[in-house]
Design a protein around this ligand. Structure first.
Ligand code: ZN
Ligand code: ZN
Length: 409
């Protein structure tokens, strides 16, 4: 394998300075797949150079993960390492920053018992909750970046030899994460100010509704009361501006769970737990999906829609121009971090509390009253293309062009 070391170094430096934006004297926790160790070592170097106090790394290994599913006793799947997650929550309480590196095999657990997987997910999710809430509430600075893992690369480029596939995936990650230019840090500063300008414009307009037109699509998405558009860099509650997702192309907000009407088609395949759902077509009435069909993966789609009460309603609406670097690669990444940044999308399920004005002061009840959806799923699917037009409906009922042929107006 021959991943360009200079580009890895640029990614490592970028992830410390603009990803987590690590502060002098701060501690950092990194979680990563074991095969990403060449990148992690570079990140740790950059972290200490930037003044980190203690950097702690946690690695996962796919064979060790599989070993539990193969050989562990049944009770194992209802338990989690509470002591570890409590410790991580304590570290976050003490202002520790967090970096996650993705790149695992998207098919890792596909051969194992679904019941065991969902029991373990549930146990882990419960025990991780105190730490996770500090992340989702932006109490600390955090960031996610990617490593071109071998199995992931094989899934994305099944016809290529593994080495070639991995190099190709690495190049796509570098391009999408904007590290190929002379000065990636400056590039990210420019990109963030572009996204900021868009969110400010949308928040000023305060549209009550977005109207989508395109082939097979005629959809009105009502926006939640007191919704807030966000995107790009985020300033956390500890006052540090970080870029939680690298790459990130979207600006997004919360739709109203009961005010979505019309029909919409997907424009890219949706990868859900390694399985593709293609050519989705759904109909909404008063926020709820009342008809759903897809050319591929229909059984899975219908199962997902019946996950719980909120699974048939929307929790996110996001705008991404068709010209985004990820879209230009034309690759299906089987990884939400990339695929959701390739096109304008909507998400079924849980909304983001940070997409409301004064979100830190809102209770779950307040969010529900404003139209925020609640569900245990959050699944993004792409509805944008170069054939989609979007209008915003302002407070006086006027239509304002937002997107034409998939690009910002
Ligand atoms: Zn999104
Ligand atoms: Zn999403």
């Amino acid at each position: 394998m021959d991943i360009n070391n200079q580009n890895l170094q640029k990614l490592a430096k970028l992830s410390i300075s603009r990803g987590v934006n690590l502060q002098k004297g701060q501690d950092l926790i990194i979680t990563a797949p074991i095969e990403s160790i060449p990148l992690v070592r570079l990140i740790v170097d950059e972290g200490y150079k930037a003044g980190a106090n203690i950097i702690t790394t946690f690695f996962t290994d796919p064979e060790i993960t599989k070993s539990r599913f193969k050989f562990a006793n049944d009770e194992s799947f209802d338990r989690s390492t509470d002591w570890l997650f409590n410790g991580i929550a304590e570290a976050f309480n003490n202002n520790t920053a967090r970096m996650a590196i993705t790149g695992d095999d998207p098919m890792l657990l596909s051969e194992f018992n679904q019941d065991k997987i969902s029991r373990l997910n549930k146990a882990t999710s419960k025990s991780y909750k105190p730490a996770r809430e500090k992340i989702t509430q932006f109490e600390i600075n955090w960031s996610i970046i990617s490593w071109p893992g071998a199995s992931w690369a094989k899934k994305v480029f099944p016809d290529l030899k593994i080495d070639v596939a991995q190099e190709k995936l690495a190049d796509a990650i570098f391009k999408a994460s904007r590290v190929l230019s002379e000065n990636p840090i400056l590039e990210w500063d420019n990109h963030n100010s572009f996204l900021k300008q868009k969110t400010e414009w949308l928040n000023n307009k305060n549209f009550s509704e977005l109207h989508y037109f395109g082939p097979g699509t005629n959809l009105k998405i009502g926006l939640a009361n007191e919704h807030l558009w966000v995107g790009g860099a985020t300033t956390t509650q500890n006052g540090i501006t970080c870029n939680p997702n690298m790459p990130s192309e979207e600006v997004f907000t919360t739709p109203h769970a009961y005010k979505v009407n019309g029909e919409v088609c997907s424009t890219k395949p949706l990868s859900y737990q390694g399985t593709l759902i293609e050519d989705i077509r759904v109909k909404f009435i008063d926020g709820k999906i009342v008809e759903a069909d897809s050319k591929k993966g229909k059984e899975l789609l219908l199962k997902v829609l019946d996950s719980d009460e909120g699974a048939r309603r929307l929790g996110e609406v996001a705008l991404v121009p068709h010209s985004s670097p990820i879209s230009q690669t034309g690759i299906t990444f089987y990884n939400t971090l990339f695929d959701e940044n390739a096109a304008s999308h909507i998400a079924l399920g849980q909304c983001y509390s940070k997409c409301f004005k004064n979100y830190t002061k809102l209770s779950k009840k307040d969010i529900k009253e404003r139209g925020g959806n609640n569900s245990m799923i959050h699944i993004d699917w792409m509805i944008g293309s170069n054939q989609i037009d979007i209008d915003g409906i302002d407070e006086n009922g006027n239509s304002v062009p937002v997107f034409r042929k998939g690009e910002w107006c």
